[in-house]
Design a protein around this ligand. Structure first.
Ligand SMILES: [Zn+2]
Length: 304
């Protein structure tokens, strides 16, 4: 028993090293004691809420067996399973679930299980506590929160409206600023960009503060950085560099060779900022955006 919990802890530690909430799980076949499926948390990497350690272990075990019935198996996991994973354990007919740490988040679902036991609770709890303590220590760093819900996208539109009207009239004039905000920065425009063009919008957060917003879009083998705007009071503090680092990490993980973007030729502050961040100017172009307006831009690129 202990060696299986030990393996869960190893998997949990590996998850922590990848920046995932550290949870590990294994499915053990009772007839020979063999681990036939293992998993660790991959929700950050996959950007999905379903890639829990237990789900991954159960899926691996089913693949190993070539079927969904795990009625000759038990599941070990370092954290009390959630409703989804408890459901998967029930549905795969797993006999018993052994787990380490109690889930104190209120999302645990041990009550759903017919048979469950705690193992090495202190150790399994400690790895989670250590992880969250370290993460709180990095709270000074900014985070990108993908804007998915209508509420989040409306907030992004409000931030865009504020930043655009503060920053762009002096560069492109009030008329074109109004035109571009109406055309490109509304909630409806964001929805269309996401649904039709594959954009991903993020709020830039530090603690509880909304620093600004950013948006990216896959463009062939490059990642197009469509937007990176900070509110006035947050500029010049190195946050753009942190956002860019997060985008570079995303680009590297998703196999993009470079990040590219456009900047208005008159936007000296942004041009200097991107050059300072290591972008190279690779061209320029004028695009008709309707309403009698054009976008007169430089193109910048940085290798990933
Ligand atoms: Zn779960």
């Amino acid at each position: 028993m202990d060696k299986y919990t030990g393996r869960c802890l190893e998997l949990a530690k590996e998850a922590a090293e990848r920046g995932e909430i550290p949870v590990g799980a294994v499915v053990v076949r009772l007839s020979d004691g063999r681990i036939i499926g293992e998993g660790s948390n991959e929700c950050e990497e996959k950007r999905l809420p379903t890639f829990h350690a237990e789900m991954n272990a159960i899926i691996a075990a089913c693949r190993f067996k070539g079927g969904w019935r795990l009625d000759d198996c038990v599941l070990y996991t370092s954290l009390e399973p959630c409703a989804m994973c408890a459901g998967a354990a029930l549905n795969s007919h797993i006999k018993t679930v052994y787990f380490g740490a109690r889930d104190t988040s209120g999302r645990g679902a041990s009550a759903l299980l017919r048979s469950a036991e705690y193992l090495r609770e202190d150790e399994c709890s400690r790895i989670l506590k250590d992880f969250f303590r370290k993460r709180r220590m990095t709270v000074d760093n900014i985070r990108l929160i993908e804007a998915v819900s209508d509420d989040q996208l409306r907030t992004v539109a409000e931030i865009a409206d504020e930043i655009w009207h503060e920053h762009f009239p002096k560069i492109i004039g009030a008329g074109q600023t109004d035109y571009m905000v109406d055309k490109f920065c509304t909630f409806e425009a964001e929805k269309e960009n996401i649904e039709k063009e594959g954009y991903i919008y993020y709020k830039i957060k530090k603690g509880a503060d909304d620093l600004g917003y950013t948006a990216i879009k896959p463009d062939g083998d490059r990642l197009f950085l469509s937007k990176l705007y900070l509110r006035q009071q947050y500029r010049g503090k190195g946050y753009s560099r942190q956002v860019l680092e997060l985008h570079r990490k995303y680009a590297a993980e998703h196999g993009f060779s470079a990040i590219w973007l456009t900047v208005n030729r008159g936007n000296d502050i942004a041009i200097r900022a991107y050059e300072g961040l290591g972008f190279d100017r690779i061209g320029s172009g004028v695009a008709d955006i309707g309403g009698g307006y054009v976008m007169d831009d430089y193109y910048f690129e940085i290798k990933v």
